[in-house]
Write a new protein. Structure first.
Length: 487
């Protein structure tokens, strides 16, 4: 069974004066410009890369630290493996039909190819990170839901190799499974473990075994991105309102942008939704690879890298929510398959009724429209009554915050994942969310950016404990945003 690449972390990771936390960069391959349909995945084109901004940001936080070592925590979804559609020219493995149309499966050799493609298209980003490390700073990668494939040691090794670090500097880069404790005062998690649609069922044992291969069990959200979003390139997956709409909004969107580019959109959506549903349940039934003789070793390794105690790893795992894949009807509603099945059944029953009536009376099939129109108000009422729980998830609730604080013995918790900035006091816990850097736009034309470029900055204060600020990086400078409020 694969193990993590770093098993002997340096003790200096346990202390930090200055910590910068960013999340949800969603680095992926560069999408070639579609000359016929230029809006197709426009948000993924090189035009919206921010690698140069990231380099300026790193230099800025070094200046803020006034020469002291900076701990950079890349808090999940730094890489977006799910949106990579590139295929190797001469693959050493079999690429099936589904992979050719929706991206490679999460297996070691395939995931390594994907990270190679991402890193090649983001050479400036990696050069900036290399320079940051070479100047004596540290970087911690927290694994999120869209970069679950960082669990593979070969993927971690490829990231280290691409930075071309000398041996003594490689120890300044660390990968942690799902949480990290900075300076014994701040718990840092991506936060997907409390989202039923995006949680990794078992980050201690994330691998499942297939026939002659090892794979990762992906959450429902990842599968939806692969099988649905990858085939519907006018929807930006980084903004919920771009793909979670009402029926009338979908119709207007289709007529405005997609009827020429994707006249068969309904079929694309249907088979993508069915593939998502089937894959989610197949993965749900797959048992993780567990070696009873290595469980305690795994827990010990994870604890060491997270600057935690072994009991914290076990107790933090108990806070995970149940995966959405355990509720079949919930997933069918999220995928709109329930509405598709209702329409199919209605057409089938009306067809059977008309066939029976026509065997007795000579009637035109146009009479079938009468029951259809009668049923339409009930269908619309049902559609409006169904709300998506995907968009309703915001942050872990008060109970999880309080329990995580008690388990890890900290009073500050930082999340990512939701793409929404937060800074508040809930009970006795200071709660922050670092927002996102992803190419998020409110429109298909990519003229209305949600250009956050936000981060959490933790620095020494006049008191014995460090202080945390939620900041935005803009034009080479940073400013405090969203002042803390009592909750």
């Amino acid at each position: 069974m694969p193990t993590s690449f770093f098993t002997h972390p340096q003790t200096d990771f346990r202390s930090a004066q200055y910590t910068a936390i960013i999340s949800d960069l969603h680095l992926s391959e560069a999408e070639p410009v579609n000359k016929r349909f230029p809006l197709w995945k426009k948000f993924k084109t090189r035009q919206f890369f921010f690698d140069d901004v990231f380099e300026t940001f790193l230099k800025h936080i070094e200046e803020k630290a006034q020469g002291a070592t900076v701990e950079l925590v890349l808090n999940g979804d730094i890489f977006d493996f799910d949106s990579v559609m590139a295929l190797p020219d001469e693959p050493t493995f079999h690429v099936n039909w589904l992979e050719r149309h929706r991206g490679l499966f999460p297996r070691p050799e395939r995931s390594r190819f994907k990270i190679e493609k991402i890193l090649k298209d983001h050479e400036e980003f990696m050069r900036a990170l290399r320079g940051f490390i070479m100047r004596g700073n540290r970087a911690v990668f927290v694994i999120g839901n869209h970069d679950l494939e960082l669990h593979f040691p070969s993927v971690q090794q490829e990231i280290i190799r691409s930075m071309q670090l000398p041996d003594d500097k490689k120890e300044l880069v660390r990968f942690v499974e799902w949480f990290y404790i900075s300076n014994q005062d701040t718990l840092i998690e991506h936060g997907n473990q409390y989202d039923p649609y995006c949680m990794c069922e078992d980050p201690i044992n994330p691998y499942v075994r297939g026939y002659n291969y090892i794979s990762l069990k992906l959450p429902f959200g990842n599968l939806a991105c692969r099988y649905i979003s990858n085939g519907m390139g006018f929807f930006n997956p980084h903004v919920d309102t771009n793909y979670i709409m009402t029926l009338s909004e979908y119709v207007k969107f289709f007529l405005k942008y997609m009827w020429k580019a994707q006249p068969g959109l309904i079929l694309t959506w249907f088979w993508g939704s069915m593939a998502t549903l089937v894959h989610a349940f197949v993965d749900r039934l797959a048992a993780p690879i567990r070696n009873p003789l290595r469980i305690e070793d795994r827990v010990s390794i994870i604890a060491d890298k997270a600057n935690a105690e072994e009991r914290m790893v076990r107790e933090m795992k108990e806070l995970f929510v149940a995966p959405a894949a355990s509720q079949p009807m919930l997933l069918t509603r999220e995928l709109w398959l329930d509405r598709a099945f209702i329409v199919f059944i209605a057409f089938f029953l009306i067809f059977e009724l008309m066939t029976f009536v026509r065997s007795v009376y000579e009637l035109s099939f146009y009479w079938a429209f009468i029951p259809l129109f009668l049923l339409l108000p009930f269908f619309l009422f049902y559609s409006k009554s169904v709300t998506s729980l995907v968009s309703s998830y915001k942050e872990p609730d008060d109970r999880i915050l309080a329990m995580a604080s008690a388990i890890t013995k900290v009073k500050r918790i930082v999340y990512g994942h939701t793409h929404h900035t937060r800074h508040e006091i809930i009970g006795s816990v200071e709660h922050l969310n670092s927002g996102c850097w992803s190419p998020a736009f409110l429109d298909v034309e990519c003229t209305k950016p949600i250009d956050q470029k936000t981060f959490v900055w933790i620095s020494p204060s006049d008191t014995p404990t460090r202080q945390a600020e939620l900041m935005r990086f803009l034009d080479g400078k940073s400013e405090v945003i969203n002042p803390m409020a009592r909750g």
